[in-house]
Design a protein around this ligand. Structure first.
Ligand SMILES: Nc1ncnc2c1ncn2[C@@H]1O[C@H](COP(=O)(O)OP(=O)(O)OP(=O)(O)O)[C@@H](O)[C@H]1O
Ligand SMILES: [Mg+2]
Length: 248
């Protein structure tokens, strides 16, 4: 763990929906500037955990502590103000605005809000450079490709200058080349901006192996492994969960 104090602590979180136990006593920690992937098969509780961390869902029990503050009862926008930004699985840019304008809007939210349009635009230019979209800055967002829209979504979140970025299924359904581009960008964001990243990934194990420093595996609402990718992805229980073959 990079920082002395963990940036995010999830402590004994449980959540049920009727008879379904979506999360069962889940605990995990994320340090400052860490790059963590949360993986797990369908229905394992990934999205529910994500929503508990960002405040969309309140857990039945357990706590979420962000930057030393118990945020379990705080609404999502308060957590955004504290430096917790997220992306959405389906990007929804304002189609009529330019790429740069879309990103500039993000600069008016978050932990260090822009005080003027000029400042917001300057910040937008900076983050567009980091995600590699500078050349598209003046184009309408509607003209971007699918992968460029994902990078725009990432840039919008970065314009909030978060301490922790939650990425929801950022590479789902992409071609291998696009996956590489997005993963490389996420790694660069962490390296250049020092932002901790927690990424939800369903299946893209190769990308996880290459980029993540830590992998947390969920299965039926429980954390079944948490550690370095090479160890976790060799773990017999994890292999069994993904392939359905013990010891495969
Ligand atoms: N709002 C809800 N109402 C009822 N059941 C829910 C609700 N949200 C999630 N569940 C159930 O909780 C369990 C965990 O779901 P969750 O969406 O967190 O899993 P996931 O790992 O994100 O799955 P996927 O890979 O399919 O996105 C599943 O059994 C799901 O059907
Ligand atoms: Mg999900």
């Amino acid at each position: 763990m990079a920082g002395k104090d963990p940036l995010l602590v999830v402590e004994g979180v449980s959540k049920r929906f009727g008879g379904v136990v979506a999360l069962d006593n889940v605990s995990l920690r994320v340090g400052e500037g860490e790059l963590v992937a949360i993986i797990g098969p369908n229905g394992s509780g990934k999205t529910t955990l994500f929503n508990v961390i960002n405040g969309v869902i309140k857990p039945d029990s357990g706590r979420v502590i962000f930057r030393g503050v118990d945020v379990t009862e705080l609404p999502p926008y308060k957590r955004v103000e504290m430096g917790l930004a997220r992306t959405f699985q389906i990007p929804r840019p304002w189609q009529g605005l330019s790429v740069k304008e879309n990103v500039a809007v993000g600069a008016f939210f978050g932990s260090r809000r822009a005080r003027s349009i000029t400042e917001a635009m300057e910040r937008a230019e900076k983050v567009l450079e980091i995600v590699g979209l500078s050349q598209k800055a003046e184009e309408p967002a509607a003209k971007l490709t699918v992968v460029e829209k994902k990078l725009l979504e990432l840039a919008r979140a970065l314009a909030m200058e978060p301490k922790l970025l939650l990425l929801d299924e950022i590479v789902a359904g992409m071609s291998p080349a696009d996956v590489e581009r997005v993963i490389d960008t996420v790694v660069r964001v962490r390296d250049e901006m020092g932002i901790a990243v927690v990424a939800l990934v369903e299946h893209v194990i190769r990308a996880v192996r290459r980029a993540a420093e830590r992998v947390v595996v969920l299965h039926q609402g429980r954390v079944i492994a948490d550690g370095a990718p090479e160890e976790v992805l060799r773990d017999p229980h994890v292999v069994e969960v993904y392939l359905g073959v013990p010891g495969a």
